[in-house]
Write a protein that binds this ligand. Structure first.
Ligand SMILES: C[S@@+](CC[C@H](N)C(=O)[O-])C[C@H]1O[C@@H](n2cnc3c(N)ncnc32)[C@H](O)[C@@H]1O
Length: 404
């Protein structure tokens, strides 16, 4: 990754470029049953299929546009038999007739959908050896490049796809022209020995590569940096992997100055932990910390950050608080996400606040840092009166305390 992933807000731009919609951001969005799976809204060419999704899955409420083109290309090629899908999302490729899907995912939200569809999906991150799970490699591998997660992540995905494809096997690689697709296909072509773009739809692309014998490219190294007394380990593709985010910086600087904030012995949740910098900072100040992320790569990054600082704490792979059992917290700290893949989506951020409402102990406080146009105050008022602690540089820090 060349720099931190920026949370750019593009109001009014749909997660589905082919279907522009009204702005996603509204002060009073209708309540969504966040954890329920539901049928995905499909483009006309796929509308005979039945595919499930839920908030938090790439492409929601539809399917990812690159994955849709991948499906069409593989259907046209009459692909049959075992297909290893390294970015399964809601399991669209399982709808290809005659295909047995080996679904791999790192997103907890997507894994929920895959399991609900009866698929024995496998949780893994780029670089993981899948041989124990499937001793015989599938002859066909599919992958959607997450160009929005930065260069290093896409490189890690390409190297992983290469390792998973047997010599003579085929990789179907999909992605977005505006997120570096051509560059990654060239890199993949060098490793595979052959490959060409075979399908185009708007900005979406699919390339087909047949693997010739040759070495697998190395996985990119994690980045490391120091921030607020924490040695941060940023794995490829993790938010702010190479440098602390500006909003997170503001939150930590502000919390540092709050004299009333004594974390010693307190149960603190870092919700959407990314590299784990906020949770590690709290652990360093004596808190008992739980770090949660829906992205498995982020979970691994946060675990590495705690280890690098010799700090105690638990790191949990969870779609918001779904895997947190009956845990409650005295303090919850978060810089919530408002992107899923290419689109601005606030369902996840709203569920972060709903989770805080469920899990704060009486007298407990939620601290949120956000870009200042984001309308979180309404949701936070379910906890208690909302205090704006700071507004600076395009960000705000909000707090709400649950009454005793
Ligand atoms: C803005 S980043 C903040 C990361 C980190 N706390 C920091 O400040 O650098 C938001 C994080 O929320 C995570 N996230 C996104 N969707 C999630 C979900 N459904 N459940 C849990 N975490 C999620 C993302 O993977 C990302 O790491």
């Amino acid at each position: 990754m060349t720099g931190p992933r920026k949370q750019k807000i593009r109001f009014g731009r749909s997660a589905h470029p082919e279907r522009p919609t009204a702005p996603t951001v509204s002060p009073a969005a209708p309540p969504v049953d966040y954890f329920a799976t539901r049928p995905a809204e499909l483009p006309p060419r796929l509308d005979a299929l039945s595919v499930q999704t839920k908030p938090g899955v790439r492409g929601y409420p539809g399917v990812d546009s690159a994955q849709a083109l991948l499906f069409q290309t593989m259907r046209k090629d009459r692909v049959r038999g075992d297909v290893l899908d390294l970015t399964a999302m809601g399991g669209l490729l399982g709808a290809l007739s005659g295909v047995t899907l080996r679904a791999v995912e790192g997103s907890a939200a997507a894994l929920t959908v895959l399991h609900a569809a009866g698929l024995d999906a496998h949780a893994a991150t780029p670089g993981e050896d899948l041989q124990e799970r499937w001793p015989e490699r599938a002859r066909t591998v599919a992958l959607v490049l997450a160009g929005d997660r930065g260069n290093a992540y896409a490189q890690a995905q390409v190297a992983w796809a290469h390792a998973c494809t047997p010599p003579g096997g085929t990789l179907y690689l999909a992605g977005d022209r505006d997120k570096g697709f051509d560059r990654y296909v060239r890199a993949a072509g060098n490793a595979f020995g052959t490959g060409e773009t075979v399908a185009r739809d708007g900005g979406m692309r699919v390339a087909k590569l047949v693997r010739r014998p040759g070495p697998t490219p190395p996985q990119p190294e994690p980045e490391t940096y120091e921030a607020h007394g924490v040695q941060v380990v940023g794995l490829p593709g993790v938010f702010s992997a190479g440098r602390l985010d500006r909003a997170t910086t503001l939150l930590l600087e502000h919390l540092q100055q709050l004299e009333a904030l004594d974390l010693i012995g307190k149960r603190v949740l870092d919700l959407g932990c990314g590299t784990g910098v906020i949770g590690a900072w709290a652990a360093r100040r004596g808190a008992q910390v739980t770090l949660v992320d829906g992205d498995l790569q982020s979970v691994r990054s946060a675990q590495a950050t705690l280890v690098a600082n010799a700090l105690p704490g638990e790191v949990i792979h969870s779609d918001v608080d779904a895997a947190l059992g009956d845990r409650t917290f005295d303090v919850i700290l978060t810089n919530p996400p408002f992107h899923v893949g290419r689109g601005v989506v606030l369902d996840v951020a709203r569920e972060f606040i709903a989770a805080a409402t469920r899990r704060l102990t009486p007298g407990g406080t939620l601290y949120v840092v956000a870009n200042d146009p984001l309308p979180y105050e309404g949701n936070m008022s379910a906890i208690g009166p909302v205090r704006e602690l700071l507004r600076a540089g395009g960000f705000k820090i909000l707090a709400a305390t649950r009454s005793v």
